[in-house]
Design a protein around this ligand. Structure first.
Ligand code: NAP
Length: 277
């Protein structure tokens, strides 16, 4: 930890005003009886390298990284974890005592931990997964699902070349389909994941046809504003097992909090309530 009397952390992005992460980390700081704070940091592209180099000098022990900087911080970090290299993006930076910047990615861990919480009967061997989207979050999820042993992952993205890039990098267990055919893949899926921003408050509506959803399929949405998206509402009505994005947000934050502030926080109902009072 740096010499700061009060260790600071934060989230760096261009649209962090409504981020729920400050509430989450502040809740844990109180829960653990620790001094410290966690703040939203609005940082534009041009300022990113200088800001990252300056934050440790101001008492910051680390930051989360969000849209649009998850890839750019990889060029700034001095060391990068193997999983962040594999994913091609980082969602957290730790500022080490020797002044170096360490980049890691905990999104895949957060996704799987949340899945185990809310769909405990799901197993990687249950069958194919369908992942909608091919952005930074999708890359973390695909990597985690492959590690977990999912036999086949259909990746569908509005911009098809980005899905094809995933196949080129992650191998033959990835299948790429056209965005307009996404609805056809749902019938045989054991797990469906929305990793696009569709359905988020202020973004476009989720318009993929959902008639193919089968009862018992696990349907996870990364979007957590609103907590119950239209996708999850439809999935629940079809007898699927809905998994909201808030749990992933909480779980991906656990290793970051532990690394920065030195203790592992507890997840309970009070944690969710602190984020959505
Ligand atoms: P990103 O890298 O910018 O990727 C955005 C994805 O959404 C791309 O696949 C993009 O498709 C797709 N998309 C955007 N607008 C679309 C539209 N109108 N129609 C179809 N597809 C559209 O962002 P990200 O980091 O992967 O994040 C994606 C979502 O996951 C965001 O909502 C983010 O808040 C959420 N997220 C949640 C958590 C959590 O803890 N719950 C963690 C990480 C991310 P194109 O490639 O065609 O543009």
């Amino acid at each position: 930890m740096s010499d700061a009397i009060v260790p600071l952390a934060g989230v760096v992005g261009t649209s962090v005003g409504h981020s729920r992460s400050p509430r989450l980390h502040r809740h844990w700081l109180v829960q653990q009886g620790l001094a410290g704070d966690y703040v939203p940091l609005h940082v534009g592209d041009d300022d990113l390298p200088q800001v990252i180099r300056t934050l440790p000098k101001m008492g910051f022990v680390g930051v989360n990284v969000t849209i649009p900087h998850k890839v750019a911080v990889m060029r700034i970090a001095d060391q990068i974890s193997d999983r962040a290299i594999l994913i091609g993006a980082a969602n957290m930076l730790t500022f080490r005592d020797d002044g170096s910047v360490y980049a890691d990615n905990t999104d895949g861990h957060g996704f799987l931990a949340n899945l185990r919480d809310h769909a405990p009967d799901w197993s990687a061997q249950d069958g194919p997964a369908v992942v909608l989207g091919a952005g930074g979050a999708a890359r973390a999820i695909v990597s985690a699902l492959l590690d977990a042993g999912v036999p086949e992952i259909h990746v569908v993205n509005r911009t098809r070349p980005k899905a094809e890039a995933l196949r080129a990098e992650f191998g033959s267990r990835i299948r790429v389909s056209d965005w307009v055919k996404a609805g056809n893949l749902l019938e045989d899926a054991a797990l469906v994941v929305n990793s696009t921003s569709l359905g988020m408050a202020g973004a476009s509506e989720f318009r993929v046809p959902l008639d193919g959803l089968q009862a018992g399929t696990v349907v996870a949405d990364l979007v957590y504003t609103p907590l119950e998206t239209q996708l999850l509402r439809t999935a629940r009505a079809a007898g699927c097992i809905p998994v909201d994005g808030l749990g992933m947000l909480i779980h991906q934050a656990v290793p970051a909090f532990e690394r920065w502030f030195g203790t592992r926080p507890t997840i309970d109902e009070a944690t969710r309530a602190a984020i959505f009072p």
